[in-house]
Design a protein around this ligand. Structure first.
Ligand SMILES: Nc1ncnc2c1ncn2[C@@H]1O[C@H](COP(=O)(O)OP(=O)(O)O)[C@@H](O)[C@H]1O
Ligand SMILES: [Mg+2]
Length: 310
């Protein structure tokens, strides 16, 4: 096997689900609109149920795409999905293979295709046990951009062949490994790359959190901070829906889940020398983030995660 970073990480889920695992934490941390997680599980149930159906008869791709702006939970949902699917019925077993996309594109001359073939051979071997195997290719759109990146150092044809090898290997896997479900994520919110779109059965948008979800994320962040700070007054403000609390929810419109959690980290820095973390600390942190984002956007038109909705 070639030297270099591992091509993938592999985990198995069987028996009593481990609700304290990192996968459970990933799944549970994500606050989504009602039904999104159920929809995702239903897609997977459907593909599982259709595993005996010849893919040609329904044009099956055995793949699900999660798309949406960064920081809104795609990777976490994809990582947690095998856990959540197995948890729904502990008789089930599942494998989870997280492809290390960067290792695939390490750019050794002529090596790209080989790495892809090696990866898919190993996926095939892992899947030959008959246990459903989830394969996550995170940020699948980097396949395209990496193609441009490595072409400077290596033969551009090699890079192109590598992408072709990836797409062909996917097609082959669909035919040969009915127990594999591919999970793709992409940050391209609406314009999904055609090569990807044509290779999935289901696409699901994971949008920025709405007001109810933002409030729940803030509550969760407060609970986390309560281990280190007295957050009683903020909790009371939330409970009584005071105007300052409602302002936080309104003003975080368009922010990603990750950015909202980060506001509470900033608030913690503002309160680091006091016993109590107050709603003023949170409001100041949010205002600071808002001002920085607005300034940066004005300055350079940069793409900023915390204000992707505007
Ligand atoms: N909808 C959400 N609800 C709560 N937290 C979120 C949400 N989306 C993102 N986060 C936070 O941001 C972190 C990173 O999210 P991630 O799954 O990597 O997003 P993406 O893959 O869409 O960029 C999560 O671990 C979580 O702490
Ligand atoms: Mg991600």
């Amino acid at each position: 096997m070639a030297e270099g970073p591992a091509l993938y990480d592999l985990h198995r889920f069987a028996g009593r689900p481990d609700d304290r695992s990192q996968f459970a934490a990933d799944w549970n941390a994500i606050v989504t609109a009602a039904g999104l997680k159920d929809t995702l599980l239903r897609f997977v149930d459907t593909l599982h149920r259709l595993s005996g159906v010849p893919p040609q008869s329904l044009g099956l791709r055995r793949a699900v795409l999660l798309f949406g702006p960064p920081g809104c939970g795609k990777t976490s949902l994809a990582r947690g999905l095998p856990y959540a699917w197995q948890r729904a019925d502990p008789q089930r077993q599942a494998g989870f293979l997280h492809v290390n996309t960067h290792a695939l594109f390490s750019g050794m001359r002529g090596g790209g295709q080989k790495l892809i073939l090696q990866l898919f051979q190993e996926i095939g071997e892992q899947a030959s046990t008959g246990i459903p195997l989830f394969v996550l290719v995170d940020e699948v759109e980097t396949l395209g951009s990496n193609r441009g990146g490595i072409s400077l150092e290596t033969n551009p044809l090699d890079a192109m062949y590598q992408v072709t090898a990836f797409l062909e290997s996917l097609d082959m896997s669909v035919r040969d490994s009915p127990d594999v479900t591919f999970l793709f994520t992409t940050n391209i919110p609406r314009a999904i790359d055609r090569a990807v779109r044509e290779r999935v059965d289901f696409s699901l948008e994971v949008p920025p959190p709405g007001p109810a979800e933002r409030e729940e994320i803030m509550q969760a962040a407060l609970t986390a901070l309560a281990a280190a700070y007295d957050v009683g007054s903020v909790r009371a403000a939330a409970k009584n829906q005071v105007r300052d609390w409602r302002w936080l929810i309104q003003s975080s419109d368009g922010m990603s889940g990750r950015a909202i959690r980060h506001v509470f980290v900033l608030a913690a820095t503002l309160a680091v020398n006091s016993a109590e973390l107050t709603i003023d600390h949170v409001a100041e942190a949010l205002a600071a983030v808002t001002a920085t984002e607005a300034g940066l956007q004005h300055a350079g038109g940069m793409y900023l995660e915390s204000f992707q909705g505007r």
